[in-house]
Design a protein around this ligand. Structure first.
Ligand code: AP5
Ligand code: MG
Length: 208
């Protein structure tokens, strides 16, 4: 079972890399941003509230997000081999809520992958996307606000996972395929160590 968090500043490539990870490792993709944008598009009550936060570059309140997370964790099909969390957790409080929720379900986070990209490259990518995305947060003023909030509220999540020994920094500069190959190496090594632990525990239990 792989429960992977893909983290990093706005525009670092979380969504792009998640699509590739989902295909290669048969994981379920949970992007809180995509789910919120769907609500906005459908003009639901939640969508209208979410838009008022997102368009200003602010975070949506935790209660709304945690509800989405619980639905995703509890509604996995038999074919998925875990989850990729994209855009969650974004604060230490969300990270604590996630760990608590997984523990209650006898599950664990495998690793947090931190995609590291230079600020100017982030701005370039998001402005370019803004030409066609229609996203209310892809404009220079809101991008700068999102980057500031990331530094203040989301970066501390890295330290939280470092303290659990579940943190991997990945160079997020370069082509999409180059970055994916760096990420794959980290996930493959986690899968190998899970298999090794499984074999070891089977051997121990057959000897006793
Ligand atoms: P969210 O949708 O998660 O936005 P984000 O974190 O700001 O990140 P993006 O989706 O903009 O970028 P990305 O890292 O996915 O990069 P992408 O692959 O698209 O959240 C939006 C908002 O929702 C938040 O601000 C907040 O208000 C709210 N929200 C969401 N989750 C929340 C939570 N947990 N709690 C509270 N509020 C929450 O790539 C970006 C662009 O670059 C694309 O055009 C892509 O094609 C391009 N690109 C990708 N890789 C490369 C590459 N290697 N080289 C060149 N271009 C590339
Ligand atoms: Mg995204």
């Amino acid at each position: 079972m792989l429960n992977i968090i893909i983290c990093g500043a706005p525009g670092c490539g979380k969504g792009t890399q998640s699509d590739l990870i989902v295909d290669k490792y048969s994981l379920k993709h949970l992007s809180t941003g995509d789910l919120l944008r769907k609500e906005i598009e459908e003009k639901t009550e939640l969508g209208v509230i979410a838009e008022s936060y997102i368009s200003k570059g602010n975070f949506v309140p935790d209660e709304m997000i945690i509800d989405m997370l619980i639905k995703c964790v509890d509604n996995q099909s038999e074919n998925t081999k875990g989850i990729i969390l994209d855009g969650f957790p974004r604060t230490v409080a969300q990270a604590e809520a996630l760990e608590d929720l997984l523990e209650k379900r006898n599950k664990k986070t495998t690793i947090l992958i931190d995609l590291q990209v230079d600020n100017q490259e982030l701005i370039n990518r998001l402005l370019k996307r803004g030409e066609t995305s229609g996203r209310s947060d892809d404009n220079l003023e809101t991008i700068k606000k999102r980057l500031d909030i990331y530094q203040m509220k989301t970066r501390p999540v890295n330290d939280f996972y470092k303290s659990l020994n579940k943190y991997a920094a990945i160079d997020g500069m370069g082509t999409v395929n180059e970055i994916f190959s760096r990420i794959s190496k980290v996930i493959d090594s986690k899968q190998e160590s899970q298999q090794y632990t499984k074999i070891l525990s089977q051997t121990i239990s057959s000897e006793t």
